[in-house]
Every structure is written in C-alpha cells, then in structure tokens.
Design a protein around this ligand. Sequence first.
Ligand SMILES: [Zn+2]
Length: 490
Amino acid sequence: MDGRGERGGRRGRPAASRGRGAVKAAARSSSPGRGRGRGAGGGPGDAAAAATLRGARRDGSAARRGPPARRGSVVRNLPAGPAAGGGEAPAAPRSRAAAAGAPAARRRAAVPDGTVVPPVAAASSSGGPRLREVLSRLSLGRQDVSEASGLVNQVVSQLIQAIRSQEGSFGSIERLGAGSYYEHVKISEPNEFDIMLVMPVSRLQLDECDDTGAYYYLTFKRTPKEKHLFKFLDEDGKLSAFKMLQALRNIIKREVKNIKNAEVTVKRRKAGSPAITLQIKNPPAEISVDIILTLEVQQSWPPSTQDGLKIEQWLGRKVRGEFRNKSLHLVAKQNKKEKVLRGNTWRLSFSHIEKAMLNNHGSSKTCCESDGPKCCRKGCLKLLKYLLEQLKMKYTKQLEKICSYHVKTAFFHSCVMWPNDTDWHLGDLDHCFQKYLGYFLDCLQKSELPHFFIPRYNLLSLEDKASSDFLSRQINYQLNNRFPIFQERY
Ligand SMILES: [Zn+2]
C-alpha cells in the first residue's frame, strides 16, 4: 500500500488547518448527540454533506430517483445546518419518515455560479445491494488471497536470504508486513502485494526538501556506524535512494533466476517509484509484488508530525505517546516536485502505525475481540476501498490521481471524528458507511484531505481538482442510486 498508495509531491497549503476545522464541523453535524466541546470551524458545506447523506440513506425511501449526477450536482447545494461558528447542527433524522419527509424543493438550490442543479434524490428502497451482502461477497476471495500469499512468501524469503548474504550493505535488512493484506482489509484482488524491506540505520539527519513536511534529504550524522552505506551517498553527501534501489534491484534480478518453483521477473523501473516490482506467474493470474525499501531510525519524529495523529479521543493519549515513540520509517520516494530528479529524496512512511491502528481500532480494548462488541469500522473501510477500486476500473484515466491511501486517510480522520465504539455499531453499517463517505465527499469538494500524520500536507491539492470533482460526482451518483457499481464486474 505504501508504495502505490501515498503520493508524491503534494504541497502543503495553509488551508490544512481549515481542513481539521472541517473535520470537527462535520463531526458535529452528523453526531449531534456526542456533545464534546469542539472548536468552531468549517463551512456550511460540512453540514450539507451530512444532509445529503441523511436524504440518501438506505432507510430514506423516497421514490424519486435522481438523474445521473451532473456537473455541480454536489452536496454543497443542500440546505446547510448551522455548523459554522460553533452552532449545533440539527439532529440527523434516522427514521425512514424523517428522511423521506424532506421536501424535494428544499434540496433544489442554485450553486454560486448560478447553475441550477438537480435535486439529490434519496435512495430507492429496492434494487440496490445491501452493504452487508457486498461485504460478505468481498470476503469470499479469502482462499485465493491465502494461496497467493503463500507463493509470495516463498519467493520473498528466498530473495531476502540472497540480499542478506551479500557482504556489507543490506546485511541487516528485514521484512515488514505492510499494506492491506496484513491489515486484513485486502479486497477483491488477491494478486497485489506490498513487501517492505526494512533496513535499520542508527542515526540520520533529516532536512525537509519542500514544504509538505513529508519529503526529506538524508545525511549521516558525524561518525556513523554505517560506513558500508557511504557508497550510496551522492556528490552532496545525501543518501541516494536511487543508488540504493539500483543495488538492491541488481541483487534481486540475479536471484530471481535461481527461483525454481515459480516464474519470477523484475519489472522495468518506473521513474520516481520507490518500488521494485516483481511479477510472479501464477496461472491463470499474475501476482504483482512491490518491494519497498524502507529505512528505520530510532529517533524522534520530525516537527511536521507534531500536530498529527490526533487520536487522543479515539485511542487515547497513552497510545499516541507509544506510537510516537516507535521508530521513524522513510521510504525511497522521488519527490516529483523537484526540478531535477536526482533520486535523493525520502518520504516519511507510517504504514507500521497505520497497521497497528487498524488492528487495534477500538476506543475500548475489547472492540471486535472474540468476547467484545463488534464494530463496522473495517467494514466501512473495505466498502469505500472497493467503491474506489470499482470506479477506478471504470474510469481509470479520470481517477488516476486518486488512490486507496486517500480512502484510508479519510478513514482515520473519520475514526477521530467519531471516536466511540458505539459510533460504529455493527448494526449501523449503512449509516456509518454513509457518514464516512460524506466526510470523504466533503474533502473531495474542498480539495482538502490533510495527511493523517502530517497535517499541513494536503493529499488533495488544487492541481488535482479535476480528479476530485470527477470522483465526487461519481460517488454522489452511486450514493443516490444505491451503489449500482457494487453489482458490476470489471
Ligand atoms: Zn471494532
């Protein structure tokens, strides 16, 4: 997930802090009963997003079916609750009668540019799949996944042995399970894996290479232990991801020829990609394995992360402290904003923390354990990942800028907005999914999705506005029509 998922070169904008305000406002608008004292912030669109959802919930049974979402058919046009400025939003109507009872005229409004947009219809009560059924369908592929992962494990173990046995440079490399398979939220395709190869380094100097706070140049502090890494320094003394990957790739290319029980090839290098990609033939399918080179240093996280990971209300202050004491990971990743691509930039990676949060996601310790209450957090994440995957299959070009890391980031923000296990009751799957989706739509419409760990780093910059708008229209259409795409096969 890390290599494919997180994206390059987004510039942090001052608006990132407004993004957090929006989070709070959306939380208030959909979760009025919580009564936590949260700061003011966000605009009228926040409450409006929630309002759309209320109208489009599964139990909202208005017979109207909206036309396919057209330009401007976004939730912003809906009557907004008084979320801005700290006022309480009206309670979300959760009953069928309340949802269906909103007069259609109230949903019709002019957007600022004067375009009159069609009313956003409530979902019809028949025809669409129940989300729970969709989820159970998604978990059917388990067997395939575990077979594929057995093969991947064999191949990777052999490669790691070969890498370690080379004298010097990569002797201490270790494997770290990362990405969705290990987080148990892998969906649909059993044929894509990410393997992080982690290399411990004693101490590094981090220098920000742009204003995102995510990308760094790395140099060694005085008298490093890792003299064997000196050959990977470039002429400025910066650790070159390019040189390291090149060396690693050469070892792997040699070794794949010795793999007997599968046909493995190394794919050609993609410019700027931190990954080395293996193709494993596993008829009838091909398995693709991204190998991501990761440096691990035991030192405190850089200042850009100071205000991130706001999990105090959700997982607790203590857990936040424990996470921030964990090692710092940096992946070889070209910052595409650099004028000359020198291959010497590294990006912070938090996939080890993300994995820990997903696997231990309850505000109570017993959430989803065998003897504890069950929640729908992971179900919601799987559904939105699946929705995005399906849409990306259908609209590959239009959605190339959007990836599952956006969905995952929005998920973590949602966990913070609705921190209690009771906010994610298993029986409320539809409602919870739609409020999470509502927040994601809100991010798309504002082009603001702060990185969960680096709040000033916006993952949805204005440069990619066309993609965000396109996705927002598609999701609104799906929402208003009970997710027909969950029935389609690509
Ligand atoms: Zn749970």
